[in-house]
Design a protein around this ligand. Structure first.
Ligand code: FMN
Length: 189
């Protein structure tokens, strides 16, 4: 948390709030709400292309991880905050909270902890369950814990750095000449 809290933010507004959850009743309530919503999504609300992508990454409506992880870190984005009695709009809150979450994930990783990034949906309910004020919008829900000894993770290939980096104005080389490890992504919606 100390690392996350040093992240750069627009005008140093630090437009984030983190809620650390280890209470089983709270975790269960969050899981129930998240699963109910995702059953609707996977049951037809989600476009077919998305469903194929979800299958590719192994995601589904079941959210056991929201109960089995010892800790859930709920991250909120502040749209405004009170400073010296004044209601001030925060600066670049999405970018800033994204950076704080990135710092948090790397710090957990360096401490030997496993994390999983979950986008809370429908996101307003999380604020209600955790009694957060209305200027805080749920941003991410991050289960954290030491990995189980027998855990298995999907081996997902990443794009080669050459594919995501351009030097000055040089046009990108043809991807097929530069990809070292092919990435097979399903058709996008
Ligand atoms: C903003 C964001 C939201 C995500 N939401 C979910 C989610 O709701 N459910 C899930 O199973 N994984 C979710 N993920 C995890 C991604 O599927 C995962 O990070 C990606 O497949 C790459 O795998 P890796 O993190 O092991 O490299 C999310 C990741 C991000 C960055």
């Amino acid at each position: 948390m100390a690392a996350a809290n040093t992240a750069p933010s627009g005008a140093n507004s630090q437009p984030w709030h983190f809620v650390a959850i280890d209470d089983m009743d709270v975790k269960r309530e969050i899981r129930t709400v998240a699963e109910k919503e995702d059953e609707l999504n996977y049951g037809g609300r989600m476009p077919a292309g998305w469903r194929a992508t979800m299958k590719y990454v192994g995601a589904g409506p079941g959210k056991l991880f929201l109960e089995s992880a010892p800790w859930l870190m709920a991250v909120f984005r502040l749209n405004w905050q009170a400073v010296n009695g004044q209601r001030l709009k925060t600066f670049f809150p999405i970018e800033s909270v994204g950076l704080a979450c990135g710092f948090f994930l790397v710090a957990c990783h360096m401490a030997g902890l496993a994390t999983m990034v979950h986008a809370p949906n429908p996101n307003r309910l999380l604020g209600r369950i955790l009694n957060r004020p209305s200027n805080e919008v749920p941003f991410l829900l991050i289960p954290v814990g030491y990995p189980a000894e027998d855990c298995q993770v999907p081996h997902l290939a990443k794009k080669a750095v050459d594919q995501v980096l351009t030097w000055n104005r040089r046009s990108r080389p043809l991807p097929q000449q530069r990809i070292k490890e092919p990435v097979h992504l399903p058709a996008q919606p």
